[in-house]
Structures are given as C-alpha cells and as structure tokens.
Design a protein around this ligand. Sequence first.
Ligand SMILES: *[C@@H]1O[C@H](CO)[C@@H](O)[C@H](O)[C@H]1NC(C)=O
Ligand SMILES: *[C@@H]1O[C@H](CO)[C@@H](O)[C@H](O)[C@H]1NC(C)=O
Length: 186
Amino acid sequence: MMSYILVALLTLLVRTSFHCGSINSFAGPFNVWIERADPCYEDDKRLHIKFSHYNPSKKFEPQVWNGIVNLTRAVDDTWWIKAPFSIRNNNQWKKNAIVLTALRNGCSGARSVMPSDLQELTTKRGTPCRFKQGVFYFRNLTVKLEFPKFPQLPYGHYRMELEAGQQDEKKAEYCFKTVAHVIPKL
Ligand SMILES: *[C@@H]1O[C@H](CO)[C@@H](O)[C@H](O)[C@H]1NC(C)=O
Ligand SMILES: *[C@@H]1O[C@H](CO)[C@@H](O)[C@H](O)[C@H]1NC(C)=O
C-alpha cells in the first residue's frame, strides 16, 4: 500500500508512470513512518491497523503493526493499481506530487516495491504474482518500511490513496488511504 512509492526505477514489466512536480522540499535517504491507514469508505471494514507511535526523540525504530487486512478477493496481474501521493506544502495538500500507477500487472508492481517484512501477503518473487484472498493478521509485527528501489525521496508529510481493481472493472475493489511522513534517515 502506502508507500509503494515512486517509480522511474520500476521494471518495464509494469507499466508505470512517474512524475514528480516541483516539490518544494529536500530529497535524500529517508525513513518512513505511518500516522494512520484507513479504508476510504467508512462502511468498509477490510483494513484496520494500528501503528505504534513514532518517537522523534529516539533513533528511528521501525513501527509495530497490529490489526487486520481482509482481502476478500485475490489480486493478481490482471489488476490495476493507482497510488497518487499528495504532499503538504505551504499549508496545502499538493496533489499528485508523486503518482504510482500500474495499469496492468498491478500485483507484480506492488510486489516489486513492497518491503520484505510484508512479503507474506504475496506469492514469492519469481512465481506468478498473487495477493492471496484471506484475512491477514498483524500481531506486533515489526515492519521496516524499506524501499530498495527508491534510495531517495522528498522529505515531507504525505497522503496517499491506493486503489486497486480488476482489469475489466473501472470501479476499484479496494481503496485504502494512508498518511505518512518521510523524514531524513536517522
Ligand atoms: C472478511 O470479509 C468477509 C467478507 O466481507 C467477511 O465475511 C469476514 O467476516 C471478514 N473477516 C474478518 C476477520 O473481518
Ligand atoms: C503486543 O505487545 C505488547 C507489548 O509487549 C503486549 O502487551 C501485547 O499483548 C502484544 N499483543 C499481541 C497481539 O501479541
């Protein structure tokens, strides 16, 4: 989800587009911490995760996740994924500061950028990609939000809305939104 960030470097397997507007902030090596993640619609109960608090006075510690994600339909490479990011700038949300889309091969696109601590959600790399249907429980799971494909990102306060749908369907099956912070690597 979240933070399957940026693209440029994604494999050509995945049809992606990446553009980064004139973001008024410095970019560099980073850590990410998540403020919250919620379904886009209140009546959707398929995502419920609590993230441990980030303590800025401490050396960066990966956050601990507790909760569930309920994938009521498997996601494979017949799916599309869109993840536009807004960044907080001059007291406003600047939309589409970063846009990550996979118009096809959505599963592979997500899998190729997903932090390794979340890899249980998908089939292994090198095999046909699939987010398995089912309920995933996060129980005090320490998740390092590492994105080897993206050595640098602009620092800031981000909002991201992740949508995923099956190729023949315009309407998204899943819509999750995340608020996160990209901070200089500690
Ligand atoms: C997951 O979603 C299905 C379909 O809506 C529902 O029947 C099931 O109870 C949900 N499971 C959990 C643990 O929320
Ligand atoms: C998670 O860890 C906390 C603190 O160590 C503990 O109190 C809690 O019971 C644990 N929860 C689960 C689901 O294991």
